[in-house]
Every structure is written in C-alpha cells, then in structure tokens.
Design a protein around this ligand. Structure first.
Ligand code: GUE
Length: 272
C-alpha cells in the first residue's frame, strides 16, 4: 500500500490562517539568536525569518561567529532580553562546544523564551504546568494529530534524547498515554528496538541513521532530523526506507520543520 505522506504544509496553513487574524494590526518582534556554524540552526533561522515576515511580524537577526566568547554571547542575549521592543527570542541550538549553555541561557528572559529552554520553563514543562512548550515537539504532535495517528497505548520508539526535541517530546507522548522507549547513542542493538515500534521518531541529526531494516512494515515514521548532505537537506531516515516500509511518514524537507516555524509564531501570540 502507498504510504501516507505526512506533509507539513496543510498543518502549517491551518495554523497560519488562525494566526493571521490574531496578528492583524499588531506589532510584534521575534528575535533569532544564533552562535556559530551549525547548518541545521542556519536552516531554521532562515525559515523563521521568512515565516515571521510573511505574517507581518518584525524580526531581529542576532548572529555571532563560531569563535564568540561566552561573555560576548551572554551580553548579546541579555541585550535582547532587556530590549522592550523584542517580544520573543528563539535561541538556536546547538551552541559551539566552548559555550556553557546553562550559563548562557540564564541571560534569556523566561517570558520571551519561545522554545522553553530556560530552566524555569523546562521545570514547568517537566511538571506539566507550562502553558506552552518547545516548538519542534509541538510540531510533531500536531502532525501526528492532523494525520490521525493514534497514540494511546502505542509503542513509540524515540531515537534521541536532546533537550529541545527528544526529552520534551517523550513527556508529551507519555501525557497522551503512549508507551515510549527512549534510545540514544549508547543504546545496545538499536535496530532490535526500533523494529518493535508502532511509531519511530528520530531526532538525532545523523543522515541514514534509521535504515530500511530497522523499520517494521507499516510503522509510522516521524523524521525530525535536519542534515545537510552535499548541499541537500535530508532527514535521519532515508526517504527510500520510509517509502518502502512505513504506512505514514513525514518527509524531509516538507515535514516537521515546516510546522515548527508556525509553532514559534503561535507561541509569540502569548505576548499579545
Ligand atoms: N532552540 C531550537 N529549537 C529547534 O527546534 C531547533 C534548533 N534550536 N536548532 C536547529 C534545529 C533545526 N530545526 C529546523 C526547523 C525547521 C526547519 C525548516 O523549516 N525546514 C524546512 C526547509 C527549509 C529549507 O529548505 O530551507 C523543511 O524541512 O521543509 C529546519 C530546521 C529546528 N531546530
């Protein structure tokens, strides 16, 4: 059977229609904050600036070089936090290895934290009491719901334990009564585990990490990976593997990432 392609576009368009009304006549500013050369962060930044502009949201693009010091990065993030004209900030991760993320994120105003990465918001998220959540995990949930993928009682194998996707998405799925197995880099015999999944979600950032033999026939595949290979955007799962094995899957490009953008704008409505 032909798999269902879980395209992001119709989901994004639905959110966009709602937001148009909310933003009409309003002046809001979204800032992106990026340190260094990570390709996925740059792809997201470009998308965000474009999506914001298309909704009439003002943007600020703060970018520091790979070699920026901890102090420079903190100063730049603090300036955005303190600027009353900036309503929301999306700090793009990862930061360069020499930057202490926790130290840097302290400079982020929790009220402007669009991706729930300030410890106060992360804590609330963990306790299930935050009114919003990180954008890419919400995008995954929105896609699963839009394409009517059942979650209750389903076995989700989450590949990746990152602070922005794997961890919060695990909590969200558990909240919907899914059974979640979390795998990460030192997991023994990953293929044996992914083959047990009703739903595989990969959020690692490694091309071809999930191969055809690792997907049970008819499983749902949500591919959150954004990798740049020879100038082309690819996910963590090869498109061929998804097409052959999955009953439904998110493409890359055109899947999760498209919706993440709109989720950021939706989070910004908190500031209206
Ligand atoms: N705090 C934080 N939160 C994130 O969610 C986060 C991050 N940092 N750092 C970088 C990664 C990467 N990421 C992408 C999101 C959307 C697209 C996106 O819009 N992709 C389009 C294509 C864009 C194009 O082709 O230029 C698509 O997949 O179709 C890409 C990448 C979010 N991440």
């Amino acid at each position: 059977m032909e798999p269902i392609i879980m395209a992001g576009k119709p989901v994004a368009e639905e959110i966009r229609r709602n937001l148009r009304e909310k933003f009409a006549g309003k002046e809001l500013t979204l800032a992106t904050f990026l340190v260094g050369d990570n390709p996925a962060a740059h792809v997201y930044k470009r998308s965000l600036l474009k999506t914001a502009a298309s909704l009439g949201i003002h943007t600020r693009d703060v970018e520091l070089p790979e070699g920026a010091s901890q102090e420079e990065a903190e100063r730049a993030l603090r300036a955005l936090s303190e600027d009353p004209r900036v309503d929301g900030i999306l700090p793009l991760v990862p930061f360069p290895w020499h930057i202490s993320r926790m130290q840097l994120i302290r400079q982020l105003d929790p009220e402007k934290d669009m991706d729930c990465i300030h410890p106060i918001n992360g804590g609330k998220l963990y306790l299930g009491i935050t009114p919003w959540g990180p954008c890419t995990p919400r995008s995954c949930m929105a896609l699963l719901d839009y394409y009517k993928i059942p979650l209750e009682g389903q076995h989700v194998v989450m590949v990746g334990y990152g602070e922005v996707v794997g961890r919060p998405l695990t909590l969200m799925l558990m909240g919907r009564y899914a059974t979640v197995t979390v795998c990460r880099s030192r997991t023994k015999n990953l293929p044996a585990i992914t083959r047990q999944a009703d739903i595989i979600i990969s959020a690692v950032g490694k091309p071809d990490l999930i191969t055809e033999d690792m997907i049970r026939e008819g499983a749902v595949v949500v591919d959150v990976g954004i990798n740049s290979v020879d100038g082309k955007l690819v996910g963590d799962v090869s498109e061929a593997a998804k097409k052959v094995k999955a009953s439904a899957y998110t493409p890359v490009p055109g899947g999760v990432g498209v919706v993440s953008n709109l989720m950021v704008m939706e989070t910004l409505t908190r500031r209206l």
